[in-house]
Design a protein around this ligand. Structure first.
Ligand SMILES: C[S@@+](CC[C@H](N)C(=O)[O-])C[C@H]1O[C@@H](n2cnc3c(N)ncnc32)[C@H](O)[C@@H]1O
Length: 273
């Protein structure tokens, strides 16, 4: 079959331009949560290094941690294994089921809950909360403000809040359209043929994806989409200040190295002061 990936269509000029964060993925749908996990779970990121980094902000054992958008609980289980009390929250029912199995298989207890971190009541007096590995960039500043305020209430005084951000790549800063064929299905039960529109909003530093997906077997079709924002250190300072946090460190990666101009990642440590 002819490879149709990356066939670009010439212009977005005649298509109504969406607004940043106008569309969001159905994270709360159980089957979507399963398919999303199956598409992204083998992304090869260094869980051990991340967990070691998180432990810097906990006592050696017996700390209380909150894993926001925990997915299948790889950080929660890592911390529980060193004797910390952990609550992991994710909006996806499938990933929480998987996280519970994961904890069971390691013989540790973790309190995994299904919920939306923007609004659900969180446990109190935590030493550490973390919102890492990509998800923060998919939320609007308003939604992140809600998360920060929620987390502020969950931490004890001097508790740490760790966030991880990724910068956009040059190809994210383009307006373009193209067709591609999914290898693993994300939108429907079977792989889809997807018409992707990508918009870049330079003022907001937001990439928006609007996908029109057609299930290759059932021919069902629907529109999906999401946004991804590059949050600058100034954006983080603003979000932090508005919710009562102070930014105390900024690292380029989980090895604790300082950020460089070309660092793709930014890890910020905020404290409740
Ligand atoms: C890229 S995965 C990362 C999972 C995990 N932090 C990890 O590093 O393995 C992002 C997760 O965010 C969850 N998520 C998205 N929006 C959410 C929300 N508003 N509240 C809670 N979880 C959310 C998704 O269900 C998904 O499991």
């Amino acid at each position: 079959m002819k490879d149709i990936s990356n066939i670009t269509t010439p212009s977005l000029a005649n298509i109504a331009r969406p607004a940043p964060f106008e569309l969001t993925l159905p994270y709360g749908d159980f089957r979507f949560s399963q398919r999303l996990y199956e598409v992204i779970h083998d992304w090869g990121i260094p869980t051990e290094m991340e967990v070691t980094y998180l432990k810097r902000y906990l006592p050696p054992t017996g700390g209380k941690a909150l894993d926001l958008a925990c997915g299948a609980g790889r950080h929660s289980v890592g911390l529980a294994l060193t004797g910390h009390t952990v609550t992991g929250i994710d909006i996806g029912g499938f990933t929480i089921d998987l996280a519970r199995l994961h904890a069971q298989s390691h013989n540790v207890a973790v309190d995994f809950r299904v919920g939306d971190i923007r609004s659900m009541p969180l446990p109190s007096e935590c030493d550490l909360a973390f919102f890492i590995c990509g998800q923060m960039t998919h939320l609007s500043p308003e939604d992140n403000q809600a998360v920060f305020k929620n987390v502020f209430r969950a931490l004890r005084n001097d508790g740490a809040f760790i966030i991880h951000l990724e910068k956009l790549e040059p190809e994210d800063r383009l307006n373009r359209t193209f067709w591609y064929r999914e290898i693993k299905p994300l939108y429907f039960e079977n792989p889809s043929l997807v018409h992707r529109e990508q918009y870049y909003f330079p003022t907001e530093q937001v990439k928006l994806i609007r996908d029109f997906a057609i299930d290759s077997v059932t021919k069902a079709s629907a529109l999906f989409g999401y946004s991804e924002k590059e949050y600058t250190p100034d954006d983080i300072e603003r979000l932090a200040a508005r919710s009562g946090f102070k930014v105390i460190s900024h690292h380029g990666y989980y090895d604790g190295a300082p950020p460089r101009a070309d660092s793709r990642n930014g890890i910020f440590v905020l404290k409740k002061r």
